[in-house]
Design a protein around this ligand. Structure first.
Ligand code: GLA
Length: 388
């Protein structure tokens, strides 16, 4: 939905035009999976698809949100707010209001109308996109703004404290800090970021497997616990280790026997994936898209075999993509357990490759998967009125 259509819909639903409209992107991660909560490195891109939030203050201290995609409206008082109540989607909205209140911000009563063109639960951060969109809209209504890193931390608190998923910082940071035309290298220990140009002559493809990510939350939390257990065991040889990010390949080779088979494979994924992110960043900065493609293949294999977060349909999708002319590399993206894959393709073949992958995936699996070309975009911000 365009900003103009959303504004018209807001006026129809609430009787008055919105004061502002915020656009908040989704994200696709090029490389660096399950590294963020191990203080490691990630390389996501903010998408040209996302959430739009139209907002206006209301005088009665209530937050009334209509979610057009969900076909639902949620209304609640901002006094004694319990964000864990209400329909699933509304918990992200109320959660954003609650973390703002808890961090000392004055949250005004507001009408919100939200819409999204992101597939939900497909690994493209529809939830981070919504959290950040609501945070920025509520702040902007009182003329406030926060640094992107602060916004990202608040969004992460919604996931951790309201939704109950112990997610890392990658999604919220990518959504908050995206830069058009670029990927974002993030050091998840310091939250330092660097914009990395997507090489000229290449395009990013988002490949949706149409496999819902069932049980993703509990399996995700389990992977985190396994990483913590692996770290704890390795601290026997070096108590100075504060995250798996500090474990070198040499240390793991010398002391891997301290871990059982599962923990060893989890740790190996994190250690090798961090190295792939840094090598991948150098490859993109040097314009070596083919080298980046190789690293994507290594990442997928590691996620499939060592971290065990792939599913057969994602493996099929990645295999089909890699066998399509013009595709330089592909891998699952996001938490896994279903959802999306990402591919890098030559620009001249990108549109045709997307169509071919879609057809072949549908034939192979009978699922309505879809491949699309994406344009790296800017992070969350007010897009209307123009001079806001
Ligand atoms: C989800 C989480 C992120 C990150 C990825 C896996 O998207 O929200 O914090 O851990 O999974 O890389």
């Amino acid at each position: 939905m365009t900003g103009a259509t959303l504004r018209a819909e807001f006026t129809r639903l609430t009787g008055e035009p919105p004061a502002l409209v915020v656009r908040s992107p989704g994200r696709v991660n090029l490389i660096g999976e399950h590294t963020d909560y191990n203080d490691g490195f990630v390389l996501p891109v903010a998408l040209d698809r996302g959430t739009v939030v139209a907002a206006r203050r209301r005088p009665d201290g209530r937050l009334r949100t209509t979610a057009l995609r969900m076909g639902g409206t949620d209304e609640r008082s901002l006094t004694g707010l319990d964000p864990r109540e209400g329909p699933d989607w509304s918990r992200y909205v109320a959660g954003a209001a609650a973390v703002l209140q808890e961090s000392g911000h004055d949250v005004p009563g507001a009408d919100l109308v939200v819409d999204s063109d992101l597939p939900i639960g497909a690994g493209l951060s529809s939830s981070a996109s919504l959290e950040l969109g609501v945070l920025v809209a509520l702040l902007a209504l009182t003329g406030d703004a926060l640094a992107p890193e602060t916004l990202a931390r608040l969004g992460q608190r919604v996931e951790n404290e309201v939704i109950g998923v112990r997610s890392g910082i990658m999604d919220q940071l990518a959504v908050a800090c995206g830069t058009a035309g670029h990927a974002l290298l993030v050091d998840c220990r310091t939250l330092g970021t660097r914009a990395v140009p997507v090489p000229a002559g290449t395009k990013i493809l988002v490949l949706d497997s149409a496999v819902p990510r069932t049980l993703a939350g509990s399996a995700y939390n389990q992977r985190r616990a396994e990483c913590e257990a692996a770290l704890e065991a390795l601290r026997a040889v070096d108590p100075g280790l504060s995250a798996l990010r500090d474990v070198t390949p040499e240390l793991l080779a010398a002391h891997g026997h301290l871990l059982d088979d599962v923990l060893l494979r989890r740790a190996r994924h994190v250690v090798t994936e961090n190295a792939r992110v840094l090598a991948g960043t150098a490859a993109l900065e040097g314009g070596d898209a083919a080298a980046f493609g190789e690293l994507m293949a290594g990442s997928h294999a590691s996620l499939r075999d060592d971290y065990e977060v792939s599913v057969p349909q994602l493996d099929t999708l990645v295999e089909i993509a890699v066998g399509t002319p013009g595709v330089l590399g592909a891998r699952l993206t996001g938490a896994g357990f279903g959802g999306c894959a990402v591919a890098l393709a030559t620009a001249d073949r990108a549109v045709d490759a997307a169509a071919e992958i879609t057809t072949r995936y549908r034939e192979a699996t009978g699922r309505p998967g879809e491949a699309t070309v994406c344009v790296p975009s800017d992070g969350t911000g007010v897009v209307w009125p123009p001079a806001f």
